[in-house]
Design a protein around this ligand. Structure first.
Ligand SMILES: Cc1ncc(COP(=O)(O)OP(=O)(O)O)c(N)n1
Ligand SMILES: Cc1ncsc1CCOP(=O)(O)O
Ligand SMILES: [Mg+2]
Length: 203
């Protein structure tokens, strides 16, 4: 069974905490990534505590993007690091043995095996579809999910352009987590409807 891993929009406004609470209440989200790329660290420090509280009240784990030291300071459950965001070892040192450390592996089997050997808690592949959220470095093929799940127990995340219309493809290929940003926040029927709809497709 796949799980829903929700990413925040890159920039949020004062209303976002309420929208987040309603969105989490509408579906079955396992993890929330604070990916606040258009905010400074100081802004993230100010914004994050309320978002973390909302997530934790609902049993949702909170992963901070990019910054292990800030993740530790804020009391996040983990951090997501890309290939240019420092080492797994340093992230683990900042956050401790129980924290979740996830790693971007693009479309690379080699990067994923290395991340697994170095102690990542999940590997993330993508982008699987066109996305307006960022210019992804790579386009991944569904085959990499099939290959990974046949060979390894370590969970894999699928990311990049996932929507209600295409998410079943990555779930069928073996994704343990479906990581979604625009497919929820930019859905024409609103984030609550999108979160509810995605949750129905998980089983
Ligand atoms: C779950 C997940 N997968 C991949 C990414 C991308 O991380 P990165 O390559 O470091 O790019 P930025 O997100 O920092 O722009 C992610 N954030 N989450
Ligand atoms: C962070 C990231 N890494 C690869 S694609 C992507 C964007 C995910 O956002 P969306 O779900 O809107 O495509
Ligand atoms: Mg990064």
């Amino acid at each position: 069974m796949a799980e829903l891993y929700l990413l925040t929009p890159p920039k949020i406004d004062a209303d976002f905490a309420d929208v987040l609470a309603r969105t989490l209440d509408a579906g079955r989200v396992s993890a929330l990534q604070l990916r606040l790329k258009e905010h400074s660290d100081a802004e993230i420090e100010a914004l994050a505590p309320k978002l973390i509280e909302i997530a934790h009240q609902r049993g949702v784990s909170v992963i901070l993007n990019d910054n292990p030291a800030l993740a530790a300071k804020l009391g996040c459950d983990g951090v997501h690091i890309g290939q240019d965001d420092g080492s797994i070892r340093d992230a683990r040192a900042a956050l401790g043995p129980k924290a979740i450390v996830g790693v971007t592996c693009h479309d690379s089997r080699h990067l994923a095996m290395t991340a697994g050997e170095q102690g990542a808690d999940y590997v993330a592949f993508g982008a699987f579809f066109d996305t307006a959220t960022k210019s992804p470095k790579t386009r991944a093929d569904l085959d990499i999910l099939v290959w990974w799940t046949e060979l390894f127990e370590l969970p894999c995340v699928a990311i990049g352009g996932l929507t209600l219309e295409n998410v079943s493809e990555v779930i069928a290929a073996g994704a343990d987590y479906i990581a979604v940003c625009g497919g929820v926040w930019s859905h024409p029927d609103g984030p609550e409807a999108a979160c509810a709809g995605l949750s129905q497709l998980l089983d």
